[in-house]
Design a binder for this molecule. Structure first.
Ligand code: NAI
Length: 267
């Protein structure tokens, strides 16, 4: 296998569960971690260590012997700031600090499209565009990408930041016509991010090959990511199923429904 030990955080989560089997194929040991118990028992190659990312000593112990960190743990939607801060600010710092201590070479970081959620839907957006987070959750991902950049520039730890759109088995809403990432493409994206010979600091939009995409200019080519799926065949179905969403004014923004939450800005 390409790796000795890979650490997968968020292993009990929606995307973590999808990634377990493909990541196990890349390594001799897949160390799984989460706050919660796993939904599915460990296979022969897997081991599970429960850990709260906010606990510095626990995270240091978790990182022992790890070659690659695939970080999908933490708060994955808008929540009270204290919880976001514990997992996504303190927790992420703990992970990078432990990665430095234990000589981890590369991190694959589940960032989010919500770093630019307040950019307009028709605005071409690249990793060089100024961040316009649409939530405190989005702000925490901007911090995450900055922390990743810092650890690369100062310490040479590589990170591939995946700005994941909407990762679901099938597109569910009109927004998915641009934001959908199929499970198959997620798996390929993470494989490319893990194994690309030279990743450096990279930012890649986590979307399938959608026709209606305003997200561009990323490092997909550098890591060799070529999506196979596309949301277009679901167009009629999602537009029929959710007609009210087509006229929602908050659909002007890239973040979609998360933007509507307590939105009070005068027109
Ligand atoms: P999820 O909520 O299903 O999984 C996250 C896991 O992290 C959970 O199992 C949770 O128990 C764990 N966690 C939360 N706080 C923790 C802490 N303090 N210490 C240790 N573990 C903790 O989320 P999902 O959908 O699997 O997302 C995974 C990652 O991908 C997240 O970072 C999320 O922000 C990102 N992402 C996901 C998208 C999607 O479409 N599902 C879209 C954009 C980004």
């Amino acid at each position: 296998p390409a790796f000795g030990t890979i650490l997968l955080t968020g292993a009990a989560g929606k995307l973590g569960s999808v990634l377990r089997e493909p990541l196990a194929a890349l390594c001799s040991t897949l160390r799984l971690s989460d706050l919660r118990p796993l939904t599915q028992a460990c296979s022969a190659k897997e081991e599970f260590i429960a850990c709260d990312l906010a606990q510095t000593a626990e995270v240091q112990a978790l990182m022992q012997g790890v070659e690659l960190l695939v970080h999908f743990g933490g708060v994955a939607h808008e929540q009270a700031f204290e919880r976001i801060a514990a997992a996504n600010l303190i927790g992420l710092y703990n992970l990078y600090d432990a990665a430095l201590t234990h000589g981890v070479r590369r991190v694959v970081f589940a960032s989010s499209n919500h770093v630019n959620g307040f950019s307009r839907i028709d605005e071409a957006t690249t990793p060089a565009s100024p961040p316009r987070p649409d939530s405190l959750y989005g702000v925490s991902k901007v911090y995450g990408e900055a922390l990743a950049r810092y650890y690369f520039d100062r310490h040479g730890i590589e990170t591939v930041c995946l700005r994941i759109g909407s990762c679901l088995p099938e597109p569910k809403s009109p927004r998915c016509l641009q934001a959908w990432l199929s499970h198959r493409d997620l798996i390929e994206l993470v494989r490319c991010a893990a194994t690309a010979p030279q990743a450096g600091f990279a930012v890649v939009w986590g979307i399938s090959d959608n026709q209606q995409a305003c997200w561009q200019g990323d490092d997909a080519e550098r890591i060799g990511y070529q999506p196979q799926d596309c949301a277009e065949p679901w167009r009629e179905q999602v537009e029929r199923a959710r007609p009210e969403m087509l006229s929602d004014p908050r659909m002007r923004f890239q973040g979609g429904s998360i933007v509507s939450r307590d939105y009070r800005k005068p027109a």
